[in-house]
Design a protein around this ligand. Structure first.
Ligand code: SF4
Length: 235
């Protein structure tokens, strides 16, 4: 097994919504240390290092071909920061002239810090899963909360453009939870409330749960928007 390879499950060649202000491509990597019941990509959770469907070289070839009109690569998953090969992969992507956005759950603080120090990432989207004391319940896993806190502090200190996102999950997070998260993140530049994508498969009780309605979602936004420079709905 090549431990320095990033196991890539999918390459989305063009996305209008995964990198603020840019046309981008997106890779989805295998492996995650959380088991969120609402996860839209449960097929990615287990690390499939051997069964990667897309080679890193396929991604480089694609990015070379589309340079000029696609200017960024979003790296999501799964949790990309679990992989030792991430720095090398991003280094190659940057050398092709693309900006890089990292989607992360923030549990590998030191890796994010290293990527920032090396100026290898241009944008970070960190998903906040719940009020901090409720993390293990919501992500159904043991969590290194110190690393999550450190990642939040690191991003808020500046040095890389970033956003914090929260998925609105009926039955798990209500308006009071969202406001508690907003209070913790008060003063951050950009906060994004995102709609639930698909029913999760880890948790059968969520399969019949409807998304929050547009009116409910707007009410949440109005409640948390005063805490931030910018608050966006992603629905
Ligand atoms: S952190 Fe993301 S990829 Fe991992 S289980 Fe949760 S939603 Fe799925």
């Amino acid at each position: 097994m090549n431990r320095l390879r990033v196991p890539i499950a999918r390459l989305l060649k063009l996305s209008l919504r995964d990198y603020p202000g840019k046309l981008c491509s997106k890779v989805y990597v295998y492996g995650c240390n959380f088991r969120c019941p609402y996860c839209p990509d449960t097929d990615l959770i287990h690390n499939q290092q051997e069964g990667s469907k897309v080679l890193e070289s396929d991604v480089y070839d694609h990015l070379y071909r589309v340079r000029g009109y696609v200017t960024g690569l979003c790296i999501g998953g799964g949790e990309p920061t679990l992989h030792n090969g991430l720095l090398g992969f991003i280094y190659r992507v940057k050398s092709l002239g693309h900006d890089v956005k990292l989607d992360t759950n923030g549990t590998r603080y030191k890796r994010i810090e290293k990527l920032m120090e090396e100026r290898l990432i241009d944008y970070v989207s960190m998903e906040i899963k719940a009020p901090l004391e409720r993390y293990p319940e919501i992500v159904m896993s043991k969590v290194d909360m110190d690393s999550v806190r450190q990642s939040i502090r690191l991003l808020r200190r500046g040095g890389v453009d970033h956003e914090f996102t929260v998925t609105m999950i009926p039955g798990l997070l209500d308006g009071a939870d969202l406001e508690e998260i907003a209070q913790y993140l008060i003063g951050s530049k950009r906060f994004v409330l995102q709609q639930l994508t698909l029913p999760g498969r880890h948790c059968p009780e969520l399969e019949d749960v409807d998304r929050y309605s547009l009116n409910e979602v707007r009410a949440f936004r109005d409640r948390v928007a005063p805490y931030f420079g910018s608050c966006e709905l992603r629905i």
